[in-house]
Design a protein around this ligand. Sequence first.
Ligand code: AP5
Length: 219
Amino acid sequence: MVIVLLGPPGAGKGTQCKRIVDRFKLTHLSSGDILRSERTAGTELGKKAQSFMDAGKLVPDDLIIAMMSGAITKAKGNCVLDGFPRTVVQASELDRELERKGNSIDAIVNLVIDDSVVENRITGRRSCPACGAVYHLESLKPKVDGFCDKCKGQSLTQRVDDTPDVIRERLKTYHQQTSAVVGYYTGAGGEVLDVDADRAIDAVTAEIIKNLESLILAK
Ligand code: AP5
């Protein structure tokens, strides 16, 4: 089963994907998280991606397509895609790749939210470098300020691309290059489930899960 989660930076893709994978027993494939691990490991891919990520630009399609194709194969085609596809080229290549594997996309969820809301979400985000858990200074506080609930003693950190200047660039990139992916899917006759992401985390999750359950059970 393949589920695609679309939406601008800070819409809550990562937060919601963690809940979707728990419910449907899928692998969470976040292109951003994979790129960050490659950077931490100092691989060739990580080095090539670094300058694009730090500037809020997209990493070139060929690098991303090869990386995600390998990850989907490893997940045996049972995954939630978070942050991929991000261009029409990536979307059409994903379709071809899945078709070659006798697979296809089961559901596409699009988190809809205004730019003015996501800036505060991103600047307030803190993450655990050990387990990847994501918190927010106001909406999702850890039990002890600045420390991960699960990895006791582990300080939370802020992503290097979560600064106001880079956030503005990421939003610009989203509107110029990524929002067209929704049109790619609807134009091809696909059903895209628009979800209002400007609500409490649990309310957004409840709507996504309810819709995915009826969509997937109907197949
Ligand atoms: P990536 O890591 O994918 O970043 P992004 O798309 O900008 O998305 P974010 O991770 O910032 O946000 P999110 O929607 O996951 O929100 P989250 O759940 O964390 O990509 C980083 C970079 O890698 C890109 O800029 C690019 O350079 C490169 N890249 C990645 N994929 C690529 C691709 N396919 N092609 C080319 N380049 C690529 O939530 C944000 C915060 O809000 C958290 O603190 C959370 O707790 C809080 N929050 C979440 N939901 C709610 C809610 N409902 N109410 C209140 N707070 C909430």
